[in-house]
Design a protein around this ligand. Structure first.
Ligand SMILES: [Zn+2]
Length: 279
């Protein structure tokens, strides 16, 4: 048991290196250029790290977290993502095994969850750092979520597709209403209309989440996301008011809250349903 957990954790650290490389290279850089995923390299001197230092965790131990070429500190995010990816890879195995399904099905459920949850980790990192949810990240994950949701025990084709459509359509509706509200407010005040600040990436992400958690879980998942995002925004406004620096409509990235709501329902939705039924 412990050996399996350890082995999966180490494999997950390797996945973390891949996720870090994707998070470094997929979003457009300062010159609006995109790179294909490359070997881990220093952000300051640009040189590729030696393979023994690809793992930021190893560089933390061997070079106190500094680049072996120029001595610049390596980003903390790399270590955090590696540890998170390792923990997810090991933890999901035990999550998948508790249903007591035959081994082949357990492995299939595990792999589907591994792709979705690690994908959510990547989306969260890029959204926090760039305020971007990349279509190139969302669509492959959506394809995997649709295929595995249709094939694996749990949802089936109808609930999977219905979840995806509902997630996409509901979020689109919320954003259109918010946009109309903002424009109406500007019109009443006689201000010129801003460019549309439409969260298209969030709508795509909600579609992916709907495919993964299925119908009707997507409703609960979105409700949770709105509640968590609302609480965060409220706290944010209170802190700003206390510092006397309140600026309305400060952009909050919604992606992390959508992900948080989705993971809660994806991982623990069944326990929640059983608990509700037992009351
Ligand atoms: Zn360097």
């Amino acid at each position: 048991m412990l050996a399996v957990a350890l082995l999966l954790f180490v494999f997950g650290l390797g996945l973390g290196v891949l996720l870090n490389s994707l998070a470094d290279n997929l979003p457009p850089d300062a010159n609006d250029l995109r790179h294909p995923p490359r070997r881990p390299r220093c952000r300051v001197c640009g040189q590729a790290h030696a393979p023994a230092n690809w793992l930021a965790l190893a560089a933390l131990v061997r070079h106190r977290g500094r680049c072996e070429h120029c001595g610049a500190p390596r980003p903390t995010r790399a270590v955090v993502v590696e540890l998170a990816a390792g923990g997810i890879t090991a933890g999901l195995w035990f999550w998948g095994a508790r249903a007591g399904l035959p081994l082949v099905e357990t492995v299939a459920v595990y792999l589907a969850a591994l792709v979705f949850v690690q994908g959510c980790l990547l989306i969260t990192v890029i959204d926090i750092e760039h305020r971007l949810i990349l279509w190139g990240v969302v669509w492959p994950l959506a394809l995997v979520a649709a295929l595995t949701g249709a094939a694996l025990p749990g949802h089936g084709l109808t609930k999977t597709l219905l979840g995806g459509i509902a997630g996409y359509a509901l979020t689109l509706g919320i954003f259109v209403l918010a946009e109309l509200y903002a424009r109406g407010l500007q019109w009443l005040r006689g201000q010129p209309l801003d460019e549309v600040a439409f969260g298209g990436g969030d709508v795509n992400l909600a579609g992916l989440i709907g495919l993964a958690v299925g119908w009707p879980g997507v409703l609960l998942s979105l409700t949770l996301a709105i509640l968590l995002g609302g609480l965060y925004s409220l706290g944010f406004i209170v802190v700003q008011l206390l510092r006397r620096r309140y600026t309305p409509h400060s952009a909050v990235p919604y992606g992390p809250f959508l992900v948080l709501g989705a993971l809660t329902i994806y991982l623990f939705g069944k326990d929640f349903a059983v608990w509700m039924a037992g009351r």
